[in-house]
Every structure is written in structure tokens, then in C-alpha cells.
Design a protein around this ligand. Structure first.
Ligand code: FAD
Length: 434
């Protein structure tokens, strides 16, 4: 058994781990990142968008050299019924000058980020699985791989959603299926011009689609489409609890969604390049564990830091990595790795935009779960029904149509309509008021 030393060992070369490592290396600290994949990003799965502003805090003007696919100028929300749908969209050419988000492919993107870290002095060890933490007198003093022990003054756990190490550090419990979603996705190859025609895009601009309603089969979740340069990513993420209760296979759900008349033409004739699945922490604010202990901090998905309302994960991962590293720099300079010193990291997280956002949405998942049918099915279907009547020219006087729509709505929901209004008002209040 060999003993090695570094200022900090980071476990995992995803966005959280690399952001932590590069921040430390820029402050001339000695950092080793241990990654189980054959290279950073080789095993990593996500939908498709990284957000410009928070990413730039780590990698200024990254788009000039990084392997980005398209800059997104449009976001559509499709509320789909069985063979119909209502689509709301927002498109802004301004985002082709002032970038908001880019689609990237994780194997290429993570690898590029890791190269930037290596150029700053970070040492990355690939193809090495961390199996345990080393503990002495109640302090974490390093990590254990299958072959050796690696000692460090501090350990940063960035091993993703299923973090074994955060559990070993006593910071997290096993996750509950209701706090986790399973995401499955396909990458479908299509010619660049076909993508631009079908999605009404020019040059390297891109479009994001969020899909709600019928394809989720009454489960809490949503579908997504992202455009790359010459491929389209299509996928769904649904609550693990709902999925296991339904007995359905995630791949079957995705296949059904691909057949929907609003989706089918977008991917028609494409060649399947890749299929992958991954867990997503969806519990939000109420599930965030304690983020530090003696000699250890936990960042990114391992700390359940995902804003599932906006599907922001990579930016929370990078930001938490950066804040943990800033706290580590102070601890290293003081030579004090106690909980007391590292609690600074928790303080920084609590004061950050990410915790404020997570707090804003703290009741949203419970609201959706408790009102699943009306939120994911009934009211979206009613909105489509209203629009259908609005556009159909059939000789029925318009006022008669409006009254018949309202009377049907009241007949179907009866007095429950007051309960719905109460539920929507409460969630609105919880989001808007502190
Ligand atoms: C289907 C899907 C779609 C998504 N879409 C988006 C999106 O569009 N935009 C967005 O911002 N976020 C999205 N997310 C969320 C985002 O991917 C995550 O929040 C983000 O990747 C978290 O980064 P991380 O570094 O914490 O963890 P990860 O990216 O999971 O990285 C963890 C790293 O640790 C390594 N590792 C794990 N265990 C060990 C071990 N024991 N030893 C050594 N190495 C280990 C892994 O190989 C991996 O490289 C999506 C997620 C999914 C699943």
C-alpha cells in the first residue's frame, strides 16, 4: 500500500469536481482529481445545455475554444395530449450575441474542462475508482482506491448523484425514490441543414423543447429535446417512485413520446447514435444534506444540488465546486480543516443564488406530487381544448362555445375547482413570498 499526499483530493471529474480543482490550482494549491471513467466525461450523461454566465465564472469566454454545439436562442414548452398539443415558445435573436446557454456533448465538454484544469496544474488520475474514505480520529484524511491509499489535507466529494462517499462520510442517507428521477435519452444523427429546417434555425443557433403532459403517462416528469450541430438529443426524466409504481420501462416511455405527432416529424429518418440513462437528484431544498464535516466537503449532484424546475444542474455543480474550493483555500492557509472552518462553505452556499432559488421552489415538488393529475394532465388538456375550440370554424356561435367550455369545466371538476384554485394560489404565494 502506497501513501501519497496532496493538499486536496477531489473525487470525480464532472463539472463540480473540475470547478473545485481548477479554483484550487489557480491559488497554487496541489490538487489531485480521481476519476473512475477512462477519461473525464466518458461516463457522464445529461440533456444538453450549459449556462453561460455561471460557466464563464470558471472558464471565461469558453465558447471561443470549447467544443460547444449550438447557442440556444429559443425555448419551447409543449403540453401534449394523446394526438394534439399546445406549444408555447420564446425566441430571441439577442441570445445569438449575448449568449444564454449552449448545447454541449458531455464526453467532449468534460474532457475539454479537464484539459483546462490540467493546464493549470491539476493532476487527474483516470480509470481509478475511489472505494472508501480514510478516517483518523474523526477526521477524513484521504481516500482509498482498489489499489492504494491516498492521503490529503482535505477531501472534496464530487462523485455525482449516487454518492457512496457522501454516505460513508455520514453526510447523506440513501436516497428515497421520490427524491430522484431517472433520465433516459437518445442522440439521433440528422444532417445539419435538416435540423435547421425542422427547428427553424439559422447557422449555429439552437432550440430547446420541454415536453409535458400525456407522454409522461401521469408520472411526475418531463421530456426534452436539444439541438446539437448534427444531432438531436431527445429524452425524458421521470420520478423513480412513479416509474417503479407504474411497472413501465423508461425506454418504452421514450419510444411512445417519439411517436407523438408533434415529435415524430422532428426526428424522422434520423440514425440512433447513442442511448443512455442516468439518475437526477430532484428532491430540491428539502433534501440537501449537511455539506461538510471534519476534513471533507461535498459538492454538485453528490450534495443533491439540482434546480429541477429549471433543469439547472451543471451550473450548480460548478458553483458549489468553486465555493468549496474557496473555503478550502482559507482552510489550507489556516492549516485548519475542522468542521468549524469548513462551515464557511455551507455559509457561502446558503448566501448564493442557487440556495435562494432552491428555497424559492421548496414546495414545488410536493405541489406537483399532491396535484399530479390536474397539473400534468387535466388543466394542460383543458388549455388545448380551449384553443381547439378557439381555432375551429364550425358555425357554432363563439359565446356559446365559451359558455359550454366553462360549464363542462365546472361539471368535470365540480367543487374541486375551489380546491385547485386554493392549491395554485398557495404555490404561487410560496414562490413569490419569502
Ligand atoms: C438526463 C439528464 C439530463 C440533464 N440535463 C441537464 C441540462 O440540460 N443542463 C444542466 O445544467 N444539467 C442537466 N442535468 C444535470 C447535470 O448533468 C448534473 O447536475 C451534473 O452533471 C452534476 O455534476 P457533478 O460533477 O456533480 O456530477 P457528475 O457529472 O455525475 O460527475 C461525477 C463524476 O464522478 C465520477 N465518479 C463517480 N463515482 C466515482 C468514484 N467512486 N471514484 C471516482 N470517480 C467517480 C463519475 O465518473 C463522474 O465523472 C441532466 C442530468 C440528466 C441525468
Amino acid at each position: 500500500m502506497k501513501k501519497e499526499y496532496a493538499d486536496v483530493v477531489v473525487v470525480g471529474a464532472g463539472p463540480a469536481g473540475i470547478a473545485a480543482a481548477i479554483t484550487l490550482a489557480r491559488a497554487n494549491k496541489e490538487v489531485v482529481v480521481i476519476e473512475r471513467g477512462s477519461f473525464p466525461g466518458s461516463k457522464n450523461v445529461f440533456g444538453g445545455a450549459i449556462y453561460c454566465q455561471p460557466t464563464e465564472e470558471i472558464f471565461p469566454e469558453f465558447w471561443k475554444t470549447a467544443p460547444v454545439e449550438r447557442f440556444n436562442i429559443e425555448h419551447k414548452f409543449a403540453f401534449l395530449g394523446e394526438d394534439y398539443g399546445t406549444v408555447l415558445g420564446y425566441k430571441n435573436q439577442e441570445h445569438s450575441k449575448k449568449f444564454n446557454s449552449f448545447t454541449v456533448m458531455r464526453p467532449k465538454w468534460d474532457r475539454w474542462c479537464a484539459e483546462q484544469a490540467e493546464n493549470t496544474g491539476v493532476h487527474i488520475v483516470n480509470e481509478t475508482m475511489v472505494t472508501d474514505l480514510l478516517e483518523e480520529d474523526g477526521n477524513i484524511v484521504g481516500i482509498k482506491t482498489e489499489l492504494e491509499c491516498f492521503y490529503a489535507r482535505l477531501v472534496i466529494i464530487a462523485d455525482g448523484v449516487n454518492s457512496i462517499l457522501a454516505r460513508k462520510a455520514g453526510l447523506r442517507n440513501d436516497f428515497r425514490p421520490k427524491d430522484i428521477a431517472l433520465g433516459v435519452k437518445e442522440v439521433i444523427k440528422l444532417p445539419k441543414e435538416t435540423i435547421e429546417d425542422r427547428f427553424n434555425l439559422e447557422g449555429n443557433s439552437g432550440s430547446i423543447h420541454t415536453i409535458l403532459g400525456n407522454p409522461m403517462n401521469n408520472m411526475v416528469g418531463l421530456g426534452f429535446i436539444y439541438t446539437n450541430l448534427d444531432s438531436v438529443v431527445i429524452g425524458i426524466g421521470v420520478s423513480l417512485e412513479d416509474l417503479s409504481n407504474s411497472g413501465k420501462k423508461p425506454y418504452d416511455l421514450l419510444n411512445e413520446m417519439k411517436k407523438h405527432p408533434a415529435i415524430r416529424p422532428l426526428i424522422k429518418g434520423g440514425e440512433l447514435l447513442e442511448y443512455s440513462a442516468h439518475l437526477i437528484p430532484e428532491g430540491g431544498y428539502k433534501c440537501i444534506p449537511k455539506l461538510y464535516g471534519n476534513g471533507v466537503m461535498v459538492v454538485g449532484d453528490a450534495a443533491m444540488l439540482v434546480n429541477n424546475v429549471h433543469w439547472e444542474g451543471t451550473n450548480l455543480a460548478m458553483q458549489s465546486g468553486k465555493l468549496a474550493a474557496q473555503s478550502a483555500i482559507i482552510a489550507l492557509d489556516k492549516n485548519d480543516f475542522s468542521e468549524n472552518t469548513l462551515s464557511l462553505y455551507q455559509k457561502k452556499i446558503d448566501e448564493s443564488f442557487m440556495m435562494k432559488d432552491l428555497k424559492t421552489y421548496k414546495n414545488v415538488m410536493d405541489f406537483i406530487k399532491n396535484n399530479k393529475k390536474i397539473v400534468t394532465d387535466f388543466y394542460p388538456a383543458k388549455a388545448s381544448e380551449f384553443l381547439n375550440q378557439f381555432i375551429t370554424i364550425d358555425g357554432i356561435p363563439k359565446r356559446k362555445k365559451y359558455f359550454s367550455f366553462i360549464s363542462n369545466l365546472l361539471k368535470e371538476r365540480k367543487l374541486y375547482i375551489f380546491k385547485d384554485i386554493w392549491a395554485f394560489t398557495n404555490i404561487g404565494r410560496s414562490i413569490l413570498l419569502k
